[in-house]
Design a protein around this ligand. Structure first.
Ligand SMILES: Nc1ncnc2c1ncn2[C@@H]1O[C@H](COP(=O)(O)OP(=O)(O)OP(=O)(O)O)[C@@H](O)[C@H]1O
Ligand SMILES: [Mg+2]
Length: 257
């Protein structure tokens, strides 16, 4: 479902628990989608504590903050990233955005409206947790991608995220990517566990049951840390690594048929 008449498909990447791999997934899915010919933007929607710039080794010269305050235009803030996609950086430590105000809300809405016609895919790399900033950001998306690891704490937080989204926001496709798996096929078990609690405790209260669509699994892979240390995109630095190959396969499932 790419270039719909209204423009980009907007996907929010979220997790509940922090540090599970949202930014890794956002950057590398973006690179794989770009390689497949899609026009891709990653918007660093972690307004309080952005780190996409660190991973991609970009300097946050002009950021979303400058667009919000009228110091720069959107065009000035869009930067090309290694990997052939565009990024819009938030700028780090903007504490004023740790709470969602009507003003920030309007500005984010305006940015989304401006980027939608210009891309095929927009990935919103959200922050950890389910703060009002994260929930509002996710509400702007057409699809939700939940990143979880097999760790019980990650699964509990993924469940909490699915529950709050399903009960407070309109229904949308909700996908699940299981990161840092220790053995092949582990995602199937993890997805089944999560689906089971969702079926039992979330869906009965809804008009339609929530179905988590599997996007695949990414193994725990030392290549990830190595690429982060080199401040290079995994897909570019170590394209043959198991994690890069798995992320490429996940991206292929996101492509229009
Ligand atoms: N598949 C993996 N194999 C090995 N290490 C991984 C993998 N995925 C993520 N990591 C490690 O976990 C760390 C956190 O990843 P990342 O920054 O993408 O998470 P995040 O969910 O965006 O975090 P935050 O919630 O802070 O934004 C990275 O530094 C990376 O080294
Ligand atoms: Mg992140």
């Amino acid at each position: 479902m790419a270039s719909t008449p209204r423009g980009a498909v907007i996907t929010a990447i979220t997790s509940g628990k922090g540090g599970v791999g949202k930014t890794l997934v956002a950057a590398n899915l973006a690179a794989a989608l770009a390689r497949a010919g899609q026009r891709v933007l990653v918007l660093d929607a972690d307004l309080g504590l952005a780190n996409l710039d660190v991973v991609l080794n970009l300097s946050a010269r002009i950021t979303l903050h400058d667009v919000f305050t009228g110091k720069a235009t959107l065009d000035e803030a869009l930067q090309p990233a290694p990997g052939g996609f565009s990024v819009l950086l938030a700028g780090s430590g903007l504490v004023e955005y740790s709470r969602m105000t009507p003003e920030v809300r309007d500005k984010l809405l305006d940015v989304i409206a401006q980027v939608r016609p210009r891309f095929d895919q927009v990935l919103l790399d959200t922050g950890a947790g389910i703060s009002d900033v994260v929930l509002f950001t996710v509400s702007l998306a057409d699809e939700v991608l939940i990143v979880a690891t097999p760790e019980p704490t990650s699964l509990t937080d993924a469940y909490a995220t699915v529950k709050v989204l399903a009960t407070t926001q309109p229904a949308r496709p909700m996908r699940l990517l299981v990161n840092q798996v220790q053995r092949t096929g582990e995602a199937r078990t993890v997805a089944a566990q999560l689906q089971q609690v969702v079926d039992r405790f979330v869906s009965p209260a809804l008009a339609a049951p929530v179905r988590l669509l599997p996007l695949g699994e990414v193994p725990m892979d030392a290549a990830v840390r190595e690429s982060v240390q080199r401040r290079q995109l995994l897909m570019e630095a170590l394209p043959g690594s198991p994690a890069a190959v798995a992320l490429g396969a996940a991206a292929a499932r996101l492509l229009p048929p």
